[in-house]
Design a protein around this ligand. Structure first.
Ligand SMILES: Cc1ncc(COP(=O)(O)O)c(C=O)c1O
Length: 401
C-alpha cells in the first residue's frame, strides 16, 4: 500500500464548499488587502490563542524579522536559538545584522536545552528565540525564567505549533512575541504564503504594526520614540487639523511591507474552525505509533505538561539512510528534517553566527541531524495507512535483527 507523506487534497475536499465561497466573496468584494476577512481571522486567532493582539503578515520568516525588530534587536546584538530547526529561524536573526548564538538541544524532545542557555548569554544578548520543533512546546517556564533574570526578550518560533498546548496555555502565547507560519504544509496552512505575530504587550503590538507597514504613521512615530527611549511622540513639521493627520503621511522607521492576504484568510478562517479536530486526529495517529512501533524505534519523549500538535512524528535510527530507503521502496512517504544543523550550514560562519559550548560543537544537534526520520502524520490518514506505516517500520527492524 502506498502512503503519502502528506496529502493536502483530502483536507481541501472537506472544506471546499465553504472555502470557495469565501474566496469568491473576497474576489467579488475587491478588498484584497486588509479588510473584513483579515481582521476577522486575526480576531479568531486572538480568541483561539488567548492573546490580545494578533497581526497577520506575509510569512513565518517575516514574522520572526518583525518580532526581532519590534524587540529592538539591532546589528551586532546576539540572539540565542537552536541549531536544530528550519533555516529561516536563524536566517531572520542574521538578516537584520544580529548574530544567532546556537545552543545545543535535548535528546528527549529535540528542543533547545534550557540548562545550556545561561552559559551562552553575553552582554550583547538581547533575546532568546526558542523553536517548538515539530509542534512540541519547549520548556517555556525555564526559558522565561532565565530570560527574565537577564532582561531578555523571548520570541517563540511557533511556526510548527499552531494549537499546541503548554500547561493551560497555547504555544505562541508563552513569551513576549509568538511567530507563526501558514505555509500550506503547516498544521494551520493556507493556500500560499502567510504568517502571524502575536503578543499580549500593547507596546510590542504597536511596534509590530509599525514595522509591518513601512514604519509609517502614528505606530511608526510611537515606536521610533520607544526604541530611542523617548516617550513623547516625535514632532512633525506639520500641524494636525481636524482633517489632516500629519503622522499618517510620514515614515519614521525603515520597515517592511508584510501583509497577510485577504485570500489566504478566506481559507485559513475555515481551517481554524477545524484545527482542534485536525490536531486531535494527528494526536491519535501519534499515540498509535507510540504504542505499536517496535521498541527498537527511538521516539521523542514529552513531559505531561506538553500537548504537541504533532506537526511531525519524528523517530531516530542509527540506520537512517537504510530505513528511509526501505520506507520509500515500500511506498511509505518519509522525510528527514533536519539533515544539516544550522551551525553546519554554509551560510553561517564565524562572521555571522556563534556556537555556544565546548570545542565549538553541538553534539546532540549533530546526532539528531544524522538520525531523524519523519513518518507520515496528517489528520486525514486512514487506519489502514497508519497500520501500513507501523508494519513497514517494524518489518524493517525485524529483518535487521
Ligand atoms: C521552525 C520554522 N520557522 C520558520 C519558518 C518560516 O516560515 P515561512 O516558510 O512561512 O516563511 C518555518 C517554515 O517554513 C519553520 O518551520
Amino acid at each position: 500500500m502506498n502512503v503519502p507523506f502528506l496529502d493536502l487534497k483530502r483536507q481541501y475536499e472537506q472544506i471546499r464548499t465553504e472555502a470557495e465561497q469565501n474566496v469568491s466573496d473576497v474576489l467579488q468584494s475587491t478588498g484584497y488587502i486588509g479588510g473584513k476577512y483579515v481582521r476577522e481571522f486575526e480576531q479568531a486567532c486572538e480568541g483561539y490563542l488567548g492573546i490580545s493582539h494578533a497581526h497577520g503578515c506575509s510569512n513565518g520568516t517575516d514574522a520572526l524579522v518583525l518580532a526581532l525588530r519590534a524587540c529592538g534587536v539591532r546589528p551586532g546584538d546576539e540572539v540565542i536559538t537552536t541549531p536544530f530547526t528550519f533555516f529561516a529561524t536563524a536566517e531572520a536573526v542574521a538578516s537584520i545584522g544580529a548574530v544567532p548564538v546556537f545552543v545545543d538541544v535535548r535528546e528527549s524532545d529535540y528542543n533547545i536545552d534550557p540548562d545550556l542557555i545561561e552559559a551562552a548569554i553575553s552582554d550583547k544578548t538581547k533575546a532568546v528565540l526558542p523553536v517548538h520543533i515539530f509542534g512540541a512546546p519547549c520548556d517555556m517556564d525555564k526559558i522565561n525564567g532565565i530570560a527574565k533574570a537577564h532582561g531578555l526578550y523571548v520570541i517563540e518560533d511557533a511556526a510548527q505549533a499552531f494549537g499546541s498546548g503548554y500547561k493551560e496555555r497555547k504555544a505562541g502565547a508563552l513569551g513576549d512575541i509568538g511567530c507563526f507560519s501558514f505555509y500550506p504544509t503547516k498544521n494551520l496552512g493556507g493556500c500560499g504564503d502567510g504568517g502571524m505575530v502575536v503578543t499580549d504587550d500593547e507596546r510590542l503590538s504597536t511596534a509590530l504594526l509599525a514595522f509591518k507597514e513601512h514604519g509609517a504613521g502614528m505606530n511608526g512615530a510611537k515606536t521610533k520614540g520607544w526604541l530611542e527611549g523617548v516617550e513623547e511622540l516625535p514632532e512633525t513639521d506639520e500641524k494636525q487639523t481636524e482633517l489632516y493627520n500629519p503622522y499618517k503621511y510620514f515614515n519614521y522607521l525603515i520597515g517592511y511591507n508584510s501583509r497577510l492576504d485577504a485570500l489566504q484568510t478566506a481559507v485559513l478562517s475555515v481551517k481554524l474552525k477545524h484545527l482542534d479536530e485536525y490536531n486531535s486526529n494527528r494526536s491519535r495517529i501519534a499515540a498509535k505509533y507510540m504504542n505499536a512501533l517496535t521498541e527498537k524505534v527511538i521516539r521523542p519523549k514529552y513531559g505531561n505538561d506538553i500537548m504537541p500538535c504533532w506537526h511531525q512524528f519524528v523517530i531516530r535510527s542509527s540506520f537512517k539512510k537504510e530505513l528511509c530507503a526501505y520506507l520509500s521502496e515500500n511506498g511509505i512517504g518519509n522525510g528527514t528534517f533536519y539533515p544539516v544543523p544550522l551551525h553546519k550550514q554554509k551560510a553561517f560562519d564565524k562572521t555571522n553566527a556563534r556556537i555556544s559550548g565546548q570545542n565549538g560543537s553541538l553534539p546532540m544537534a549533530e546526532r539528531l541531524a544524522a538520525e531523524t526520520v519523519c513518518l507520515p502524520v496528517f489528520p486525514e490518514m486512514t487506519e489502514e495507512e497508519v497500520n501500513a506505516v507501523i508494519d513497514t517500520v517494524n518489518r524493517f527492524y525485524a529483518e535487521r535483527a
